[in-house]
Design a protein around this ligand. Structure first.
Ligand code: BGC
Length: 494
């Protein structure tokens, strides 16, 4: 049977049915050395934000002052999955799954409660030391994200990611992490780079004005990432021998229909949404994509700005940011359809600069998240686009997951993961994309940001009304366990 491998089957039409069967099986088998993991992030699972000497984050503040901005069920109890106490149980789950690595993030505010490096919270250091040691004792590699959306509130008070000094504050924080944990952590993801909450989405810090906020955030984020990468290179790499990369949001954008204007709009959207992060780091020429710079330059003039809304890199900065990677982390979830859309009469905004209308195909099946529609082909196209546009470099799928309402017989999640894994393997075998690892989001149900606990992504169910936060494997946990063990995409259980 040729499920999910149509291209392969057609390409080999001249060979016999039995041979096709064998080849197809080979191609649903993961290459040697391919690694499997699962991911979480600190704020979404740890709970007890103010325990163990941690400082306040943007999330704590906005949930306190503006609860109406969050889904109702996110309020009240603050212990979430209680991983700050149950980390040993978490490692047991990971070990039972058989994963090679665990991607988790460190809470900046738990290490530096004041945001700046004057006060290192030893309790926080001890917590992550215990987690890292336990992982290593169980043969699981820690893959650590340094920053995953949980900025210390004190830094937000200084403008958050729009403040150019964040580059130095992030360097100091990175130095502390490399110093305390770099002897055992060999894979660092500087950040989950996306800038939600700056200029558009309803997400803390809800900085919708001024319209330049998004561009400032992208710019400062890129420089901060590069600073941490160079720090590692200059002071730690020789001794610690690890790798450093960045994770970006890999949503795929394709034209709605085939008109040239929509094809151009889709290409432009990829450049704005993904290329703005990738091009400066991964393109041999560095800097922002030309299409983005031209487009913004045009609206700058029309809107009467004296200075570009998108800060410009000096030639030294272009060189400083370019090449700051050992790998790319890619979060893969969904696809959008794009149409060209004239927004010239609107007030200045990122959306106006982009000038498109975005939608999804009514035929794609949905999930519990309004934005997450199932279209695995988009994952393959995204991977191929990256290879064609940038170059060849190791890619790890740093997140891929599906939301539902928390059912234990989560067949839709399994089908989703199966479809996306097939698409990723097609990218590996048919398009020669260097994907080296795959990570399911998420180990267990957790705090899904502004959606609170209404959208569940876990392989394990968490009972949020039980004080012990009991974890129960879903069908998908058993299925993923088999994938890892057999190193192939196994069938969906019936
Ligand atoms: C984020 C996660 C989030 C997931 C689902 C990802 O892009 O990194 O924190 O839970 O999307 O919304």
């Amino acid at each position: 049977m040729c499920r999910g491998l149509l291209i392969f089957c057609l390409a080999n039409w001249a060979i016999s049915g039995a041979e096709i069967e064998i080849k197809a099986q080979e191609k649903s088998t993961f290459p040697d050395g391919f690694l499997f993991g699962v991911a979480t992030s600190a704020y979404q699972i740890e709970g007890s934000q103010n325990a163990k000497g941690a400082g306040e984050t943007v999330w704590d503040r906005y949930r306190e002052t503006d609860p109406q901005l969050f889904h109702n069920s996110s309020l009240g109890d603050r212990s979430f999955c209680d991983s700050v106490n149950k980390w040993r149980d978490d490692v047991n789950l990971l070990s039972d799954l058989g994963v090679s690595f665990y991607r988790f993030s460190i809470a900046w505010s738990r290490i530096l409660p004041d945001g700046l490096a004057n006060n290192v919270n030893q309790e926080g250091v001890k917590y992550y030391n215990s987690l890292i040691d336990e992982l290593i004792a169980k043969g699981i590699r820690p893959v650590v994200t340094m920053y995953h959306y949980d900025l210390p509130m004190v830094l937000q008070n200084l403008g958050g990611w729009t403040n150019p000094y964040m580059v130095y504050y992030f360097e100091d924080y990175a130095r502390i992490l490399f110093t305390h944990f770099g002897d055992r952590v060999k894979h660092w993801i500087t950040m989950n780079a996306a800038c939600p909450g700056y200029g558009d989405e309803d997400f803390p810090p809800f900085m919708k004005d001024p319209p330049v906020a998004k561009y400032f955030c992208v710019h400062v984020t890129l420089l901060a990432h590069a600073k941490a990468y160079h720090l590692y290179d200059n002071e730690f790499r020789l001794k610690q021998k690890g790798t450093v990369g960045i994770t970006v949001d890999g949503r795929w954008y394709e034209p709605r229909g085939f008109q040239k204007v929509n094809r151009e709009a889709a290409e432009r959207t990829r450049d704005f949404q993904v290329g703005m992060f990738l091009h400066p780091i991964f393109h041999p020429d560095g800097n922002y994509p030309a299409r983005v710079m031209e487009r913004i330059e045009k609206t700058n003039k029309q809107e009467g700005y004296m200075r570009s809304k998108l800060p410009q890199f000096s030639s030294e900065e272009v060189a400083y940011v370019q090449g700051t990677y050992d790998f790319l982390g890619l979060n893969l979830y969904t696809t959008y359809l794009v149409e060209d859309f004239n927004r010239s009469t609107e007030k200045p905004s990122y959306d106006k600069d982009l000038g498109v209308k975005i939608s999804q195909d009514e035929k794609w099946s949905g999930s519990a998240s309004h934005w997450l529609k199932v279209y695995p082909e988009g994952a393959r196209k995204m991977l191929k686009w990256i290879k064609d546009t940038y170059d060849d470099f190791p890619i790890i799928i740093s997140e891929n997951g599906f939301s539902d309402r928390g059912e234990l017989a989560d067949v839709d999640r399994i089908k989703y993961l199966q479809g996306y894994l097939s698409a990723i393997l097609e990218a590996v075998y048919e398009d020669s994309v260097d994907v080296e690892a795959y990570t399911v989001w998420s180990l267990f149900d957790n705090f899904e940001w502004v959606a609170g606990f209404s959208e569940k992504f876990g392989l394990y169910h968490v009972n949020f009304t039980d004080p012990s936060r009991k974890r129960t494997p879903k069908l998908s946990a058993d299925w993923y366990k088999r994938v890892i063990k057999e190193r192939r995409i196994v069938e969906v259980p019936v």
